[in-house]
Design a protein around this ligand. Structure first.
Ligand code: FAD
Ligand code: MLT
Ligand code: ZN
Length: 477
C-alpha cells in the first residue's frame, strides 16, 4: 500500500458511509457506482504498479452536471476524491492513497465538434487520445500531441498533466494548444472557459490553472484543442551514434538541415534499445550502437522531404556523426521504429520494477546523470538507461531492479534531485509531481512559489478534497 510504503498519514476527511453510496446511486444510477472489491481494485493500482490505494468506491459520471453534483456533495461531507483518466500517469497521481473516491472519466467520451477551418476540436475529458487523433485525421487534421500511452490516456488526463510527448518539439506544449477548458471546482461550481478561440485576452487566463495541476484545483470535464493540419509527407530516420557529444552535434545539424519540417528528435542509449528489443522481442532495424537517434519530419512534399532526410543521413555518415542508419516513409517501417522507441517505457517492467525519473536538464548536461547513477548503484541495478526528448532537453532515466527496494530508493532520492538542482534543471519535465514527488518540489520551486501554490489551492479547494497527498508538499517536510 502506498501509505505504508511512503509513510503518509491519512488526513481528517470523512469516511464513506452507506448513505453516501445511496446518494451517488441517486445521481448516477446503480451501474455507474462501483463498490465491489474486485471491480474497484484496478482503479486503485497505477500503471507502473508502484502505488496502491484503498478506495472502496469508483464513480463514472457521464455529464458535467453529474460531476458537479458529486463534488458539491463531497465538499459538504468533506469526502476526498481522486480524479482518474486513463490511469497511465507515471507519478502515482491517478490512484487514491487511502479511501479517496475515484472519479473516473471513461464514460465522458463524446466528441462535441470539430471546426475543420480553424482546427478547433471540442470534446469531453474522457476521450482517448488515439481516438481523437483518428477522428482528426479523417478531417485532414492531427492531434498536436502524441505519446506512447495514446491508446489508453484521456485528453482530460493529458490536460491535467500538461503531457509533453514526442512532438512537443514541433507543436509546443498544451499551454499553447489548449484553446479552452470546462472544469468543475471542488464546491461543484462549473467554470466555463470552453472558448474555441485562438486569441482571448479577457482578464486572467484561467484555463491555464487546470493545465498541469494534476486534479488538485478542479476536475476537467471538457476540452477545446487546436489541431494542426495532417502532414502530407512523414519520414522517419533511425541512426546509430558513437557517443553523446555526437548526438548534440547531430541535433544542431538537424535543426539547420531540416528546419521547418523537423517534427521529432528523440534519443535512446544502447541499454534502453537493447532492453526493449530483448524483453519485448521487437526488431531493431539497425545493429548494435552505443546510442540511437530517431528523427522524424512532417511536411508537405513526400519526395522532397524524404530526399532531405536521406541527404542528411549521407552527409552525417560522411562526417562520422552517424555510424549507420535507415530512412523510410513506408508506414509499416516507420511504425516499427516508433514502436521500438515508444515501448522503452514499459520494457523494464517485464523483468521487475523500474524507478523512473523524468527530468529537464541543459542539453549540454543531458546525459551526465546516467554514468553517475550507474556508478552509484553498481550491481544493485539490472540496468540504468537514458532516453527521451532530447530536442526538449527532457531525459527519462530508468533504473531496472528485480523488485522495489527502499534501500535503492534511498540511494537515488534525493541524490538525483540534488544533482538536477545543481545543474539548474527541473525534477519533473513532463510526468508531473503526483504522489511520488511532492517532498522534492523545493529542488525546483522556491518557497514563495510554493506558498503561492498553497494559496491558490486554498482558494479553489478550501477543504482540500481534490486529490489530496499529491503535488503540494506538506509544510515542514
Ligand atoms: P491519469 O493517469 O488517469 O491521471 C494523471 C493525473 O491527472 C492524475 O493526477 C489525475 O488525478 C489527473 N486527472 C486525470 N484526468 C483528470 C480530469 N479529467 N480532471 C482533473 N484531473 C484529472 N507523459 C508525457 O508527458 N509524455 C510522454 O511521452 C509520455 N509517454 C508515456 C508512455 C507510456 C507507455 C505511459 C504508460 C505513460 C506515458 N506518459 C507520458 C505519462 C501519461 O501517459 C501522461 O501523463 C498522460 O497525460 C496521463 O493521462 P491519463 O488519462 O492516463 O491520466
Ligand atoms: C516516454 O517518453 O517514453 C515517456 O515519457 C514514458 C516513460 O518515460 O516511461
Ligand atoms: Zn517522455
Amino acid at each position: 500500500l502506498s501509505a505504508d510504503k511512503y509513510n503518509v498519514r491519512r488526513k481528517a476527511f470523512a469516511s464513506i458511509q452507506a448513505r453516501d453510496v445511496d446518494y451517488f446511486k441517486s445521481v448516477l444510477g446503480e451501474e455507474r457506482v462501483l463498490t465491489d472489491e474486485a471491480d474497484v481494485l484496478p482503479f486503485n493500482i497505477d500503471w507502473i504498479k508502484n502505488c496502491r490505494g484503498q478506495s472502496s468506491v469508483v464513480l463514472k459520471p457521464k455529464t458535467t452536471q453529474e460531476v458537479s453534483n458529486i463534488l458539491s456533495y463531497c465538499n459538504q461531507r468533506k469526502l476526498a476524491v481522486c480524479p482518474q483518466g486513463g490511469n497511465t500517469g507515471l507519478v502515482g497521481g491517478s490512484v487514491p492513497v487511502f479511501d479517496e473516491i475515484v472519479i473516473n472519466f471513461m464514460l465522458m467520451n463524446k466528441i462535441i465538434s470539430l471546426d475543420d477551418v480553424s482546427g478547433a476540436l471540442t470534446c469531453e475529458a474522457g476521450c482517448i487520445l488515439e481516438n481523437l487523433d483518428n477522428y482528426a485525421r479523417e478531417h485532414n487534421l492531427i492531434m498536436p500531441l502524441d505519446l506512447g500511452a495514446k491508446g489508453t490516456c484521456h485528453i482530460g488526463g493529458n490536460v491535467s498533466t500538461n503531457a509533453g510527448g514526442v512532438r512537443l518539439l514541433r507543436y509546443g506544449n498544451l499551454h499553447g494548444s489548449i484553446l479552452g477548458v470546462e472544469a468543475v471546482k471542488a464546491d461543484g461550481t462549473i467554470i466555463d472557459c470552453l472558448k474555441a478561440l485562438k486569441k482571448d485576452n479577457t482578464g486572467y487566463h484561467l484555463k491555464h490553472l487546470f493545465i498541469g495541476s494534476e486534479g488538485t484545483l478542479g476536475l476537467v470535464t471538457k476540452v477545446a484543442i487546436h489541431c494542426p493540419v495532417k502532414p502530407k509527407a512523414v519520414t522517419v530516420g533511425f541512426f546509430g551514434v558513437e557517443n553523446f557529444d555526437n548526438i548534440l552535434q547531430l541535433y544542431k545539424s538537424a535543426k539547420s538541415s531540416l528546419g521547418e519540417i523537423l517534427s521529432a528528435f528523440e534519443m535512446a542509449d544502447n541499454g534502453a534499445i537493447s532492453t526493449t528489443s530483448k524483453n519485448l522481442k521487437l526488431p531493431n532495424p539497425i545493429s548494435d550502437y552505443p546510442f540511437y537517434v530517431l528523427v522524424e519530419t512532417q511536411g508537405s512534399n513526400e519526395v522532397h522531404d524524404e530526399e532531405k532526410l536521406t541527404k542528411f543521413l549521407s552527409k552525417e555518415m560522411e562526417s562520422g556523426l552517424i555510424l549507420d542508419g535507415t530512412v523510410t516513409s513506408e508506414p509499416a517501417k516507420m511504425n516499427t521504429i516508433w514502436t521500438l522507441r515508444e515501448s522503452i517505457s514499459g520494457a523494464g517492467l517485464a523483468r521487475g520494477y523500474v524507478f523512473k525519473y523524468d527530468v529537464s536538464l541543459p542539453q549540454q548536461n543531458y546525459y551526465d546523470l546516467v554514468p553517475i547513477l550507474r556508478e552509484r548503484l553498481g550491481d544493485k541495478a539490472i540496468g540504468v538507461y537514458g532516453y527521451g526528448h532530447i530536442g526538449d532537453g527532457n531525459i527519462h532515466i530508468n533504473i531496472t531492479v528485480p523488485e522495489y527496494s527502499k534501500e535503492i530508493a534511498s540511494l537515488m532520492e534525493p541524490f538525483i534531485f540534488e544533482e538536477v538542482a545543481k545543474l539548474k534543471g527541473s525534477i519533473s519535465a513532463e510526468h508531473g509531481i503526483g504522489f511520488r514527488k511532492p517532498q522534492y518540489m523545493h529542488y525546483s520551486k522556491d518557497e514563495s512559489s510554493l506558498q503561492m501554490m498553497r494559496d491558490l489551492k486554498n482558494l479553489m479547494d478550501p477543504n482540500g478534497i481534490l486529490n489530496p497527498y499529491k503535488v503540494l508538499p506538506e509544510v515542514n517536510v
